[in-house]
Design a protein around this ligand. Structure first.
Ligand code: HEM
Length: 342
């Protein structure tokens, strides 16, 4: 990735940063799950397309869920056919991945799929795992991990470029007093970077990648703030609105201001309901550590090595802040930037 940014910088050419970032998050997730990156592999780019289609379908509005007598509308829109087709394509792709792992018996290291297959064979530690479980666990990792992490990176970069004063403060923190530019910032080095962490928290607050979290179905009757909610009701939690509430965040809640996190006790690990980009409770995101490690190191390196600007557009903010549809909300239009060497 850094080589491509370096090239765009020396040619003074525009760079599609969104494309680079989704390739990075998919490659890192594939390395962990399949043992190698697949960015130049046709079947993997197909896999990415399937994942995008699934997130669009899951984030769509199935009329029948809310007004059952209008279920025919979903049929006419072809929602069920689309879901069936995506499910079949995904199943075929996963069969190929599993088959390739079963055939490669002499590999020196084991990846996530190998470990899951070994559980399937040995019924290890009393854990029973079936082939269909393996396919869905991998899908879960890709669905949960790639688009969300990409979305956080592209929105945080967007906000930093829109707020040069924050970008400068972050570059000062990362570059420190070093006389010569340090080429690579490691995970250990980002550990104490407080402003970097505040910038990422602010990106997550204004642009939670799953703005409506994942719907819940009540298992028992609940009384909440005077409302009676019956068992069986589907509840949608609007993290996007909660995280822009002026009562908690002040009158400048709509503004990108990382400083608000520097001495705030609010954290995203599920105990502060005012700030829940990863959800809360039993089904809280299990990938917080994975996502944070990747986002911190990527952002630190991009911002350390390069200065960034976007094209000035007549439509301005409307274009830069337009959101795509789907369960995860990334930018509607790719982030096109001009990097230059620091
Ligand atoms: C910035 C990055 C990420 C964000 C904002 C995010 C957010 C979320 C949210 C909101 C949920 C639903 C929680 C709930 O309903 O209470 C979730 C679930 C999940 N996430 Fe993440 N996630 C991120 C990265 C990751 C990564 C990197 C992985 C895996 C490598 C991952 C794997 C999962 C899985 C497997 C679930 C389902 C958990 C369950 O249902 O028990 N996520 N995530």
């Amino acid at each position: 990735m850094m080589e491509k940014v370096e090239k765009a910088s020396s040619d003074s050419s525009p760079l599609n940063l969104s494309k680079l970032l989704i390739t990075l998050t998919s490659d890192v997730t594939s390395r962990v799950s399949f043992g190698r990156k697949h960015s130049n592999d046709a079947s993997m780019s197909d896999f990415k397309n399937q994942v995008r289609k699934i997130t669009e379908l899951v984030g769509g509005f199935p009329v029948s869920e809310y007004i059952p007598c209008l279920a025919w509308i979903d049929h006419i829109r072809g929602l069920y056919d689309k879901a069936e087709q995506v499910s079949k394509n995904f199943e075929d792709l996963m069969d190929k991945v599993v088959q390739a792992h079963l055939e490669a018996t002499d590999k020196p290291t084991k990846d996530f799929v190998d470990i899951l297959l070994s559980f399937e064979r040995q019924n290890k530690d009393g854990i029973e795992i079936r082939r269909s479980d393996i396919k869905f666990i991998i899908l879960d990792m890709f669905l949960g991990g790639t688009a969300t992490t990409n979305s956080l990176l592209e929105w945080t970069m967007t906000e930093l470029i829109r707020h040069p004063e924050c970008m400068k403060k972050l570059q000062d923190e990362i570059r420190g007093d070093a006389k010569n530019l340090i080429l690579y910032i490691s995970q250990e080095e980002v550990e104490d970077m407080k402003y970097l962490k505040a910038v990422i928290k602010e990106g997550l607050r204004l642009h939670p990648p799953f703005p409506l979290l994942v719907p819940r179905l009540l298992t028992e009757d609940v009384k909440l703030k005077g409302y009676d909610i019956a068992a069986g009701t589907q509840v949608i939690i609007n993290a996007w609105a909660i995280q822009r509430d002026t009562v908690t965040w002040g009158m400048d809640a709509e503004e990108f201001r990382p400083e608000r996190h520097l001495d705030s006790h609010l954290d995203f690990r599920g105990t502060n309901f005012e700030y829940i980009p990863f959800g809360s409770g039993r089904r809280i995101c299990p990938g917080i550590g994975f996502a944070m490690a990747l986002v911190e190191v990527t952002l630190a390196n991009l911002v350390n090595r390069f200065n960034w600007r976007m094209d000035v557009r007549v439509s301005g903010d409307e274009y830069d802040l337009a959101e795509a549809t789907g369960i995860d909300v990334c930018r509607k239009f790719p982030l096109i930037v001009f990097p230059s060497n620091a």
